[in-house]
Design a protein around this ligand. Sequence first.
Ligand code: DHB
Length: 300
Amino acid sequence: MVHLKTNLAGLTFEPPLILASGIMGQTAGSLEKMIEMGMGGVVTKSVGSDSREGHPNPSIVDVETGILNAMGLPNPGIDEFCKELGKFIPNKPIIGSVYASNTDHFVGLSKKMEDHGVSAVELNLSCPHAEGYGASVGSDVGLVRDIVENVVKNVDVPVFPKLPPMSDMVTISQVVEDAGAHGIVAINTVKSMAINYETGRPVLGNLYGGYSGPGIKPIGLRCVFDVYKSVDIPVIGCGGVTTGRDALEYFMAGSSALQLGSSIYYRGLDAAEKISSEMIELLDQEGYGSLDEIIGLAHQ
Ligand code: DHB
């Protein structure tokens, strides 16, 4: 039977399925629960320097092919969040996700995450709808270089920038690799909106939201494929992985590990367990001896 395990930037993910930021990532209890339910690692909700209430409701809407959300980066601020991290009993890697609008804040947040025991830091350069944060930072190549270089210089744990889907993934990937990143997470949600036909009005309180779920899988696969062929650091794929088959497609595109978010909505809290079993069954059926045999297969 194939054993699902990846070593990436000095960390072991077993299975290589990691809870994505934004879902069940607010408390030590929920993060531990996700590990109990089969995740090989977890990413916290994105945390900033100060507390934020988030966007007005409605902040989430189910569309036929996925989910739109515009939570607005609600979080208690780094100091409160670090108290929560203190309660986390790690037996799998925990990745601290941070967001900010400038380099100094990214560095400060990452150092605090490291001081409170995270195994790695994820830089949210890709939230699609928070003015001044996320993708508005991630689309400024000079700023991205500066942020990544300085965070890498100031912490000892691995640093994983999370990129937005862009038509050109090559330039940004090479910039973050040059800046010293230890891996790239691709992709975050896709900027989108829903309109209520009856009222003729946008559905989300914030108008725009981030699209996730099955509908974005082809976008994620293309981005992972492009990142894999442009850099030598590992790619952590994300975007619409709902079944074991989806997961294997992402490994074939070049992922070394995957993040799961919306799949928890579609498959339940034990989504990782279900996806792992499906992956093993498919790999065994095809006669593969290890996951490594299929990583990047689509590039041959
Ligand atoms: C939010 C943040 C994200 O990075 C994302 O992809 C979607 C939503 C948020 O908190 O609103």
